[in-house]
Structure formats: C-alpha cells, structure tokens
Design a protein around this ligand. Sequence first.
Ligand code: AP5
Length: 219
Amino acid sequence: MRLILLGPPGSGKGTQASLLSIEYNIPSISTGDILRRSIEAQEELGLKAKKYMDEGALVPDELVIEVVKSRLTKSDCKRGFILDGFPRTIAQAEALGSLLNSLECPIHAVINIDVKDEVVIERLSGRRISRNCNQVYHTVYSPPRKTGICDNCGGTLYQRDDDKPEAIKKRLQVYAIQTTPLIRYYQEKGNLISINGDREINEIYEDIVKSLDLLETER
Ligand code: AP5
C-alpha cells in the first residue's frame, strides 16, 4: 500500500499515519519529523531548513524532494509507505510522480483529511510531543496520564516552536495558497479520498481503512 496523507497542519495526519503504519505494516514517512531530527543533529539540511520552519513557511522544494527521494529508495519502502506532509506543492507532487513512475510503483490513494481552521488552532495549541520517543499528545483530547510526562518512555513533553499562535496563522496561510491546489491535482488523477477529520481519532481511522478496503475490492 502506498499512501499520501494530505491535510492542513494539525488535521491529524501524523496521528492517522501512526495507526495506518501499524495496520498495514509499512513505514510512515513524515518530512516534518525528518527535518526536525536534522535540526536537532545540527546537520546541513537542518540548518538550512530551520529558519523556514520556525516562521511557518515551507522549506524549499529542492531540499525536501531530495530528502524524500533518498528515503523512498530504502529497503523498508519496498512493501509500501505512507507519506505524511509530502507533497505540499505541485512541484513536489510532480517530482514524486516521476520518481514513482521510474520505480513502477504508483500511489494507491491520497487521503485528504478535511478540518476547519478553528479546529486546527485548538489542536495545535494543545499538542505536546515526547522529546525521546516522539509520541504525540493533546492536553485535552489525548492527555498523558501525568502532566508533561510521556506515558511510553517517561521522558518530558515539549511544545513545537511552530505551534505558537503566529506560526500557526502563517502555516494555515501557506497551506491555503501552496498546498490546497494539490486537492484538485489528485482529484483529477482520480485517486483522492476525502475524509471528514473533525471527529474522534478512531472514527476517522476506521473510515480511512474502510475507504481503502473498498478501493482494493474495486481494483
Ligand atoms: P509538519 O511536521 O509536517 O507539520 P504539519 O503538516 O503542519 O502538520 P502537523 O504535524 O502540525 O499536524 P498533523 O496533521 O500531523 O497533526 P497531528 O496528528 O500531530 O511540518 C512542519 C514544517 O516542516 C512545515 O511548516 C514546513 O516548514 C516543513 N515541511 C514539512 N514537510 C514539508 C514539505 N513537504 N515541503 C516543505 N516544507 C515542509 O495532530 C495535531 C494535534 O491534534 C495532536 O495534539 C493530536 O493529538 C490531536 N489530534 C489529532 N487528531 C485528532 C482528533 N481527531 N481529535 C482531536 N484531537 C486530535
């Protein structure tokens, strides 16, 4: 199974990608996570990406495309993969299309998680992440048992710099201008599945799996 998860910041792409990765036993590839790890490791890529990410802008296409190209050719992607947060521009979608054509492994479906801006703001303001294991929480919707401490690894939780109000506003603008054209792009290719993301996490997950099952039986 080869999937793309599309949707505004905070729509739940990462949350659903983790669940789908277990369901289909394929890796979930988040360009945001790769870039954040690279910043932490003070690599050249991270140093170049940081200023864009801090202000909520997109990292230049050529940098992100290279990251994804090298990740998708790793052996764990042979059975499939879930792309979370990539592509985000038409140029990225075109580059991905060419790469997958050359590998003869087309995308099965593009899941568009649809959520309104008010919901995004509420979700991102309450998001907390484990420093050690990256487990994602929400202060209201999925809180840890002990405030500020990860249930999985016992490490501390932090708030992303770009989850502060000014950066959230900018990310939503960037999404509307640069990423929403991809909805039409994939609709025209005939593999877009739109999912209402303003529901319980499990309800959304079951809806995605059901839609993918249906797609498989129709093929
Ligand atoms: P990235 O890390 O990809 O951020 P994003 O797309 O803005 O998405 P988020 O990670 O913020 O949200 P999500 O949709 O994964 O939601 P989540 O599941 O965590 O990118 C960050 C930056 O990196 C970009 O701004 C850009 O600078 C750069 N970048 C990355 N990829 C790039 C690319 N391809 N090109 C150029 N630049 C790129 O959920 C959010 C919160 O809500 C959590 O607290 C969660 O617990 C909660 N939640 C989830 N689902 C529900 C639900 N159904 N009900 C209630 N709460 C929920």
